[in-house]
Design a binder for this molecule. Structure first.
Ligand SMILES: C[S@@+](CC[C@H](N)C(=O)[O-])C[C@H]1O[C@@H](n2cnc3c(N)ncnc32)[C@H](O)[C@@H]1O
Length: 437
């Protein structure tokens, strides 16, 4: 195959009069956009808090996503304590276009087939559906788990399969599936710089995987379910042609509901492609593979009672929703939602929900940062109200010094910023020891 430049390639995709505008669009910095985690903080509170104090924000097409313009805060958005506390996720606007197309609803079981670092999983789980976030790469899965813990997405579980296997392993079990496929990333040049050449061999190889991932997604989706395919690339081979091949392969068992390509110079976003597919009938798997082993968790009523009683005793947390489920492994107590029981024992999972207590060797339960972050809003006892400055310093790994020793020596306190749980600290002789990191 002959080597062609990236611009030669782009020239094949656009009318010639748009080429200059396309080139110019890559010189411009895109505004930062964030998604507010609405299951943790009411939108109206978020808008009020950040605009009074730090940023100018502007609405986007999504009610929970904002452009962030002016900042009177010296740290970056990612270092801000509201980010570290999981109240928002930084995501370029075009990247936030695919997950809402699934129209996820509470109670639905959703698969995010290519999930790390997790921006779209957070969008999906913030609807109170239950989301399985799959990511085969170990380092990327670590980043995914970090982000799900940070944002308190307790209604999620993580798997580590090659996504092309899902359809055969778990046929027709998900209500909806997102395939945010690995791609050549042409739409990300605003971040990564203008590529010199265009590698057709790489693009074709990615497209072969994308076709397999999309087929797997269709097979693992229930009949009448919805599948959304997206990439952050612009070429036809990884986008329109993947969809065309898939429609040919599945015939009238599926249909394309709509598709759209976001072009930087027209849409003032990164480049992105989305396609929404409807599955019409059952597709019997040709070759069901044996599901891998399932680890055993304690989800007993006794454990539910024990955790609720402890939260009541230690932090006076009442009114924990009936939809919450606690479970334990030999070393950790986790929190998730009862919807997890629908898949318990059916899918091989690497991680479910959020860890809230470590179980020490002597059997004691030691609360962690996530407990303070998740239950701080309910806690009314053993709490400490932090200032913005203290919250920021705590996020940076510092301890908080109390002016005088409290009678609460050797106790865990939930740290609150106004009504919101932010973290948890261990009070050792008047020093709130950092448990965030
Ligand atoms: C475009 S990124 C996903 C971004 C993510 N959806 C988000 O919003 O943060 C594609 C991901 O697919 C993963 N991936 C690569 N090959 C895969 C495969 N065979 N099955 C599933 N995921 C795969 C990559 O490691 C990468 O994390």
């Amino acid at each position: 195959m002959s080597k062609i430049t990236y611009l030669d390639h782009i020239a094949t995709l656009l009318p010639s009069e748009e080429l200059e505008a396309f080139k110019a669009s890559y010189q411009q910095q895109l505004p930062k956009t964030i998604k507010v985690v609405t299951s943790k903080m009411a939108l109206s509170d978020f808008e009020k808090i950040v605009t009074i104090r730090w940023w100018e924000i502007e609405k986007t097409v999504h009610p929970d996503c904002f452009y962030v313009h002016k900042r009177t805060w010296s740290s970056t958005l990612g270092q801000h304590f509201l980010h570290q506390g999981g109240f928002f996720y930084i995501q370029e606007l075009s990247a936030s276009m695919s997950a809402p197309l699934l129209e996820a609803k509470p109670g639905e079981l959703i698969l995010d087939l290519c999930a790390a670092p997790g921006g779209k999983t957070v969008q999906l789980a913030d609807t109170w559906s239950f989301v399985i976030a799959n990511e085969p790469s170990n380092p990327r899965r670590k980043a995914l788990i970090y982000n799900l813990n940070r944002t308190g997405m307790l209604n999620t579980a993580v798997t580590s399969f090659d996504g092309t296997r899902f359809g055969e392993l778990y046929p027709e079990i998900f209500d909806k599936v997102l395939v945010d496929a690995p791609c050549s990333g042409e739409g990300m040049s605003y971040k990564t710089g203008w590529p010199l050449s265009w590698n057709e061999w790489l693009v074709c190889s990615l497209a072969r995987t994308q076709v397999k991932l999309l087929a797997s997604a269709i097979k693992t989706c229930k009949p009448w379910g919805t599948i959304v395919y997206s990439t952050c690339t612009l070429n036809q081979i990884e986008n329109e042609e993947v969809i065309k091949k898939t429609l040919e392969a599945f015939g009238d068992q599926i249909s394309l509901e709509r598709s759209k390509k976001y072009r930087p110079h027209r849409d003032h976003t990164g480049g992105f492609f989305v396609a929404k597919i409807q599955k019409h009938s059952s597709i019997k798997p040709q070759n069901i593979q044996q599901s891998p082993k399932i680890p055993l968790f304690d989800t007993s009523n006794k454990l539910q009672f024990q955790v609720r009683e402890l939260l009541k005793k230690d932090f006076w947390c009442e009114n924990i929703a009936d939809t919450i489920l606690f479970f334990s492994t030999s070393s950790t107590i986790y929190i998730t939602t009862k919807q997890y029981l629908d898949i318990h024992g059916k899918i091989s999972l690497d991680k479910v929900g959020i860890p809230i207590y470590d179980i020490a060797r002597d059997g004691r339960w030691i609360p962690n940062h996530h407990l303070g972050n998740l239950f701080g809003n309910l806690a009314i006892h053993h709490i400490f109200q932090v200032s913005d400055q203290q919250a920021q310093a705590y996020t940076e790994g510092k301890d908080i010094s109390l002016r005088e020793n409290t009678s609460l020596d050797e106790w865990f306190l939930t740290l609150k910023r106004r009504d919101y749980g932010f973290s948890l600290a261990k009070n050792v002789s008047g020093i709130l020891k950092n448990k965030m990191i």
